[in-house]
Design a protein around this ligand. Structure first.
Ligand code: COA
Length: 167
């Protein structure tokens, strides 16, 4: 298995993860968004070059008041840099084999790397449903208490510190 930045040569037409909106986005929007500098997509390839997973990253900002309370204290009153893990999926037939964990670690490391060039304190994820929420919660992403929204956060340095425990 290896991870590559999405290119025209990657065959994404048959990708299916069980969540249509994530399949459709990879098939129809990922490359175009990349061309327009709206997001960067990375694909997980098996030994036969089949796309068995992907994620997409973009940069963002978050105000103290939008963060889980334990992350928000003492921050300046302007947008704090974050990397948004905007899409994340493993293909049907490859789920529950540890690939999601491996790919999430890869995404966190890439986000941390981006943060060395353009300061980012957090990684945020938009969880698409309850399943996704419990997956991210397993890796210590947290939601604002009482928030009905889908966004969850982890501090990049906490995530990096925990990586040893994740691997
Ligand atoms: C959610 C998803 C990414 C998980 O990927 P995966 O390859 O199946 O996950 P892994 O096999 O690497 O599992 C890693 C750990 O998470 C746990 N896990 C996997 N899916 C889970 C879920 N839905 N809820 C809670 N825990 C979950 C596993 O049990 C494992 O924990 P363990 O090592 O303690 O046993 C995958 O099921 C998927 O792509 N689903 C459809 C799209 C989706 O929901 N994307 C999420 C972002 S919107």
């Amino acid at each position: 298995m290896r991870v590559e930045r999405l290119g025209e040569h990657h065959e994404v037409g048959g990708f299916s993860c069980g969540v249509k909106v994530l399949d459709d986005w990879l098939r129809t929007h990922a490359l175009d968004n990349q061309r327009r500098n709206l997001s960067r997509t990375f694909v997980l390839l098996d030994d036969a070059n089949r796309v068995v997973g992907y994620y997409a990253l973009t940069m963002g900002g978050v105000r103290e008041e939008a963060l889980p309370i334990h992350y928000g204290r003492g921050l300046p009153g302007y947008d704090i840099g974050m990397v948004l893990l905007a899409r994340f999926a493993i293909a049907d037939g490859h789920q529950r084999q540890g690939l999601g964990r491996d790919l999430l670690i890869e995404a966190i490391e890439r986000a941390a790397d981006a943060g060395t060039q353009v300061a980012a304190r957090f990684i945020a994820v938009d969880s698409i449903d309850e399943n996704a929420r419990s997956f991210y919660a397993k890796f210590a992403f947290t939601q604002v208490e009482g928030d009905a929204g889908d966004r969850m956060y982890i501090r990049i340095d906490d995530a990096l510190a925990a990586l040893g425990g994740m691997t």
